[in-house]
Design a protein around this ligand. Structure first.
Ligand SMILES: *Cc1c(COP(=O)(O)O)cnc(C)c1O
Length: 417
């Protein structure tokens, strides 16, 4: 799906100036769009007491973006030390942060507990004994196995490395309770880029049922369920957007019914990344070469160091050429890596491009820049923020060759034979 009309209207008239001022390539993010989506999410779930979004920091780990999350009142979903550091720097504190790691190291547990701690989401029972100091609030990540199937990116959760199984989950909370844990949450993450809202309702139902079951068995109550991330966005023009209003309406009704039965309801958390920022970012790159062989190639000045998703998963990202329409031709849009899957689009019909034209690659606001890699010593690009007032601010400079070569400067260190 092309970016929203309002992002387009703010961006396209200024694109030449922005490109001339900052140079290409760059990712640019739309503050107004991010706020609009964030506020809408809060609004549709306002019927659930204590609803909160924990932004999945890995999707766009930039302080300029995390400050927007802070202004929206969101928490932070982290899974690494760097993400904890960034979230705390943005103002996240204590239970504003949920740490959902897997294969967790001692160093990570220590960082998670530092500076006011966070909500610790454990990926396995065995970790109860490895947490250096067990906090009073514990959450487990539940993996229901074949009982509920996720969609294709995560695949069958039986094969996924994450979480505690159906047969283990009761015991996990029993052990935690016996070890002195007083407060409980339940988490799962089953979907990725899911556009069918009923999966999310099912996930929430599954967790609510599990909460009722464990509560009765162990005589405990749950403070929250967290249905994870995975809310989808329409990357393709023909995709229908996720029906978040219906999703919220049905989940809210099920929370109300839970409250009727149990006299209380837990809070509900989501930890969406893609849904919040994905559509509100674009990668802008300039055409630098045109090549006609068995196919026509449009060579651009960005490559997989800016955006891995097409090369990694064959993901679709819509591409437009501002100021041009009609006169379309079928091309591959390629970067410069010595790697044939370094293409932003294959056999795509776009308006005829000439050297020097700007191409806009849509929906790069999540899992875009963050996933870029340095193969072929290609450097990652700058990131810009289009402010609500129309100003454009650099929020990450481009990598330099010195950055890239920095790890080659070190003290001699040889373990002799
Ligand atoms: C990646 C991830 C998310 C965010 O996924 P989106 O598809 O961006 O919503 C949330 N929670 C966990 C545990 C994740 O690994």
């Amino acid at each position: 799906m092309p970016m929203s009309k309002s992002f387009e209207n703010r961006l396209y008239p200024r694109l030449d100036d922005i490109a001339a001022h900052f140079g290409t390539p760059f990712h640019i993010y739309d503050e107004a769009g991010i706020k609009q989506t964030g506020n809408h999410l809060k609004e549709v779930f306002s019927g659930i007491d204590g609803f909160r979004e924990y932004y999945a920091v890995k999707a766009l780990p930039n302080p300029g973006i995390l400050n927007i999350m802070q202004s929206l009142g969101f928490g932070y979903d982290c899974s690494s030390i760097a993400e904890l550091v960034l979230s705390r720097a943005a103002g996240g504190h204590g239970e504003d942060i949920m740490f959902t790691s897997n294969n967790t190291s001692q160093e990570e547990f220590i960082c998670a507990a530092a500076e006011g701690g966070c909500i610790l989401n454990l990926d396995d029972i065995s970790l109860l004994k490895k947490v250096p100091e067990l906090p009073e609030l514990i959450c487990f990540r539940y993996n229901p196995g074949e009982r509920r199937t996720g969609n294709h990116i995560i695949g069958n959760p039986v094969e996924a490395k994450y979480g505690v199984t159906y047969d283990q989950i009761l015991d996990a909370y029993r052990q935690a309770k016996d070890m002195g844990v007083k407060r409980f949450g339940l988490h799962t993450m089953l979907a990725s880029n899911e556009l069918n809202y009923t999966y999310m309702v099912e996930t929430s139902d599954m967790l609510l049922e599990m909460v009722e079951y464990i509560s009765q068995e162990l005589d405990i109550t749950f403070e929250f369920i967290n249905i994870g991330g995975g809310l989808g966005i329409p990357y393709r023009p023909e995709d229908h957007p996720l029906d978040i209003d219906s999703m919220a309406r049905e989940i809210t009704a099920h929370f109300d019914a839970f409250k009727e039965r149990n006299g209380y309801a837990p809070r509900m958390f989501v930890e969406s990344g893609r849904y919040i920022t994905g559509p509100h970012g674009a990668l802008v790159t300039r055409a630098i070469n045109r090549k006609e062989i068995y196919r026509t190639y449009v060579g651009v000045d960005a490559c997989m160091s800016s955006l891995m998703r097409p090369g990694l998963y064959g993901a679709y990202h819509h591409i437009t050429v501002p100021g041009k329409s009609g006169n379309e031709e079928v091309v591959d849009v390629a970067g410069s890596l010595c790697e044939n899957n370094d293409k932003f689009a294959t056999q795509r019909s776009i308006p005829k491009v000439e050297d020097g034209d700007l191409l806009v690659i849509h929906d790069t606001g999540a899992h875009g820049h963050a996933m870029g890699f340095n193969y072929n010593a290609r450097l990652r690009p700058q990131e810009l923020l289009l402010r609500e007032d129309g100003s454009v601010e650099l929020i990450r400079r481009a990598e330099t060759l010195d950055d890239h070569l920095a790890t080659l400067k070190f003290e001699e260190n040889v373990l002799s034979a």
